[in-house]
Design a protein around this ligand. Structure first.
Ligand SMILES: [Cu+2]
Length: 338
């Protein structure tokens, strides 16, 4: 009887609490959006989906991010045992607005310790970015105070290894008052390097630590796979203003980002509109940095056609850091120089 009373009291308290929440929700309380990246998986076939949706209205955004060890394809037909956020390399894109409260919960489903480091957060690193043991979780929150295109990565030593294994993704913080222009198409491109060797007996492609320390990359890629956007171009229409969020995960190279046949009418270093540059051919994104690039594929200028995007450090482009923006439906596909 006594325990029954206790249960009833608890239920009563719960009911009151539920009402309180309902009243608050009807007032000015922010609506909370929750995304579980264990369930919402970024498409990687035929290519990592580089398109990015606008930020949603809720001012509190919660993200659950599983850490897993998964097989990924880093070049055509090259399978690799990667370490991931959300099962893909890069991990999922997070997009919020300046001023949003961002709640992060990372669940380590991998067999070894990992961690997470948000470049967009101002937060004590020893608490938020602490080691997460297998089966453990870490949860923290921050207010996205600084607009930009940021890197997120695992910071567990040796960090070079955790990044070259695939543990990174982009977070976009939209400026409170928007970007000042209206983009017709928006894409995220994360540049990174893989350092690999082939096991002589099994034939498996495995990490090459010596190559990583010597900075002799096997592949330099956009969005986790060498050359994928040559086969599956980013498609836009004639007249479109295109906004590219470029994040460079490294672990060690710069990205000298350039679009062949276009000039950027705006570049925002770090993705902050207060930094605006105008009329830019190539802009360097450092390892661990990001930038926002805009150009318009005008009818009487850079209209219908194919426009390769590259790192203009061309030895790196040769290793896979090249893709194509297809504007309209051009007839000729085979005679480009890049
Ligand atoms: Cu890690």
């Amino acid at each position: 009887m006594r325990s029954l009373t206790l249960v009833s009291s608890t239920l009563a308290v719960s009911a009151l609490a539920a009402v309180a929440v309902a009243v608050t929700a009807a007032g000015r309380a922010p609506v909370v959006e929750r995304v579980d990246f264990g369930k919402t998986i970024t498409a990687t076939k035929p290519a990592y989906d580089a398109r990015v949706s606008p930020a949603t209205d809720p001012t509190v955004k919660e993200f659950v991010i599983p850490v897993t060890h998964d097989t990924v394809e880093i070049a055509k037909g090259v399978k690799y045992e990667g370490w991931t956020f959300g099962g893909t390399v890069p991990g999922p894109v997070i997009r919020v607005r300046e001023g949003d409260r961002v709640r992060i919960k990372v669940v380590n489903k991998a067999p070894m310790p990992h961690s997470i480091d948000f470049h967009s957060a101002r937060i004590p690193a020893n608490i938020a970015y602490r080691t997460i043991n297998p089966g453990d979780t870490v949860a923290f929150e921050f207010t996205a105070k600084d607009p930009g295109a940021y890197m997120v990565h695992c910071g567990t030593p040796p960090v070079t290894m955790h990044i070259m294994q695939g543990m990174y993704f982009a977070i976009i913080v939209d400026p409170e008052n928007g970007w000042g222009t209206t983009a017709d198409k928006e894409f995220v491109l994360v540049q990174s390097e893989f350092y690999t060797k082939k096991d002589s007996t099994s034939g498996a492609v495995t990490p090459d630590w010596q190559a990583a320390m010597a900075k002799t990359a096997s592949y330099v890629v956009f969005n986790g796979r060498a050359g994928q956007y040559k086969e599956t171009p980013l498609k836009v229409d004639v007249g479109d203003r295109v906004r590219l969020f470029v994040v460079n995960a490294g672990p060690s190279f710069n990205s000298d980002f350039h679009v062949v046949g276009a000039v950027f009418d705006r570049v925002y270093p770090d993705g902050n509109p207060r930094h605006v540059l105008e009329g830019v051919q190539t802009y360097m994104v450092p390892a661990g940095g990001g930038a926002v690039f805009e150009t318009v594929f005008d009818k009487d200028a850079s209209g219908e056609g194919l426009y390769p995007f590259v790192t203009h450090s061309f030895a790196d482009a040769e290793k896979g850091a090249v893709g194509i923006i297809q504007v309209g439906t051009p007839k000729q596909h085979t005679t480009m120089s890049h």
